[in-house]
Ligand binder design. Structure first.
Ligand code: CTP
Length: 415
């Protein structure tokens, strides 16, 4: 299920940063309905906000059409979370006083959802007793205050607390809030149990690049999204996570140790260096072959015939860990990327690689799995096959780590 937030943009110089916030939230498949205060409209336009959010922008409390279609009550209730950024001194004062004389304040007073605010203002305004009093009131009301950061202000020579937190910090806070909430409400899973505290989880992710010469390489369409989501979910559940990633251009998850590699051979070495582990998850789409020889110089079009590539098979990293005689992680999880005979091939991989679980997914053209945001998986173990509905890669990661936590609690510790 997709999440939706209402983002109330206040009238401060930092309002422009919210455009980046909206873009990043959309990348994480979070829907954003934006309310612009009157003052905010001096800093960002409805047009740019609606182009990024892909939704109409809400500005007026007394717009009859809005009241009929979607008024402040619906706006505030249909969201999972209400976020205010930048929260100006004036908006904070109105919230603390319970005002409701414009759409933003009416939404804030009407909502029954959690509220996060990211203040931004001049340091003197932030440290004024009135603001401090208002912020304390909001905290008492259960509102989460993010920041402000300390730094240089738009006004020359002013340094101090008052800068809006950075877009990535705000997006991370929003996602953490949604993740914690989602688990109690939709799936019944609870990441807050921190069921992986004290466990070491190693995750491989992304494609590998196998050089053909100094400028060319062999690769595949993997984006690394599934592996990154698994690393993030494990970290949220309290695990120490080592993420060994091939080349990927997506933001790194917070709170995990990242080891960047290029080739299958480097990934293999990094995985074995990272052991011992309690859980090893092999989500990488490792290139099966590499060039038998990599010339030092670029291959030139000298002869009439195109060159013939001689390939050799790469080492199977999952199998090398699954079949370890000593130091095998108690829980070894592989993936099976198939375009035909999905379950039959995946079951073969469970055996041949000596994995405990295989996550089977169909990567045929049009399945939108490689590079996409969703996945439909079957979890195969020796006990049987469990088929899950199509869901976001974040949800897949959380479901998988939840099962892993259950299984590991029954397994013995690593040797
Ligand atoms: N894998 C690995 N090292 C390799 C090849 C694959 O660790 N050299 C892992 C993948 O990370 C995945 C599992 O093995 O967890 C299955 O990968 P997949 O690409 O589906 O299958 P392959 O073993 O490569 O076999 P095939 O390409 O013939 O389907």
């Amino acid at each position: 299920m997709r999440h939706r937030i209402v983002l109330i943009i206040g009238g401060g110089i930092a309002a422009y940063k919210c455009l980046e916030v909206i873009r990043r939230l959309k990348e994480h498949s979070i829907d954003v309905r934006v309310v612009l205060t009157k003052a905010a409209q001096e800093f960002v336009t409805c047009l740019s906000v609606s182009a990024l959010s892909n939704e109409r922008v809400f500005t007026d409390l007394f717009d009859l059409n809005d009241e009929r279609e979607i008024g402040h009550i619906r706006l505030s209730r249909e969201a999972d979370l209400v976020v205010v950024a930048p929260a100006t001194a004036d908006l904070i004062a109105k919230m603390a006083g319970g005002h409701a004389n414009d759409l933003a304040t009416a939404v804030l007073l009407a909502t029954d959802k959690p509220v996060l605010i990211a203040p931004a203002m001049n340091p003197k305004m932030w440290s004024h007793p009135a603001t401090l009093r208002n912020v304390a009131t909001l905290k008492q009301d259960g509102i989460t205050i993010l920041g402000p950061n300390v730094g240089e202000m738009a006004e020359r020579d002013e340094i101090g607390p008052g800068r809006l937190i950075e877009p990535e910090q705000l997006v991370a806070a929003i996602r953490d809030h949604l993740a914690a909430k989602k688990h109690s409400r939709t799936t019944g899973l609870d990441l807050n149990t921190r069921a992986l505290v004290g466990k070491h989880v190693v995750v491989t992710s992304g494609p590998t690049h196998e050089p053909l010469d100094p400028v060319r390489y062999l690769a595949n369409r993997s984006s690394g999204k599934q592996g990154y989501a698994i690393a993030h979910a494990a970290a949220q559940m309290g695990a120490k996570v080592t993420l060994i990633t091939g080349p990927a251009s997506i933001p790194a998850p917070q709170g995990v140790t990242i080891i960047a590699v290029e080739t299958a051979e480097q990934m293999h070495d990094a995985v074995h260096d990272a052991l011992p582990a309690d859980i090893a998850v092999f989500a990488a789409a490792v290139a099966d072959w590499r060039a038998a020889k990599v010339p030092r110089d670029k291959i030139k079009k000298t002869s009439k015939k195109p060159p013939t590539l001689k390939l050799v098979e790469n080492i199977d990293i999952l199998k090398s860990v699954g079949t370890l005689k000593s130091g095998r992680p108690p829980l070894v999880i592989g993936f099976a990327a198939e375009t035909t005979s999905l379950l039959t091939n995946a079951k073969k991989k469970l055996k041949s690689k000596n994995a405990d679980l295989i996550v089977a997914n169909n990567v045929s053209e049009g399945s939108d799995v490689l590079g996409g945001d969703h996945n439909k998986i079957h979890i195969i173990s020796r006990a049987g096959t469990d088929t899950l509905a199509k869901m976001s890669k974040t949800d897949v990661a959380e479901q998988l780590m939840e099962r892993a936590a259950n299984l590991i609690s029954k397994a013995k510790a690593p040797a």
